[in-house]
Design a protein. Structure first.
Length: 109
């Protein structure tokens, strides 16, 4: 099952599938953020959309992640995680590896 980063210009191609997955995460704490705010943050590059694809099923998981830059290090934050594949350890390992490859040795959720 591959992990894919979806750049802002490709967001319209997957948003109809990814948004409901992220909404399930939002629903657990609705005062945190709205799906419209997430979409805006993804479009302007403040958040990054990662999706997982299962063979013969398509996209089964989505994450909206962000980075917080401090003077001496970068923190990766898994802001929203949703979908059936997110609970699989190898998927979380792929997310962590992606965030580390983008300069974040420190991760929070």
């Amino acid at each position: 099952m591959p992990l894919h980063y979806i750049p802002p210009h490709q967001l319209p191609t997957v948003w109809s599938v990814a948004a409901p997955l992220l909404q399930k995460s939002i629903d657990t704490e609705p005062d945190f953020i709205t799906i419209e705010q997430v979409e805006y943050a993804l479009r302007i590059g403040k958040m990054f959309l990662l999706v997982w694809e299962e063979p013969n099923e398509g996209i089964t998981g989505a994450a909206a992640v962000e980075f917080i830059d401090y003077p001496r290090y970068r923190v990766g934050h898994g802001a929203l995680l949703g979908g059936k594949s997110i609970v699989k350890p190898h998927v979380l390992e792929e997310v962590v590896a992606w965030m580390k490859s983008h300069g974040s040795p420190v991760l929070v959720s």
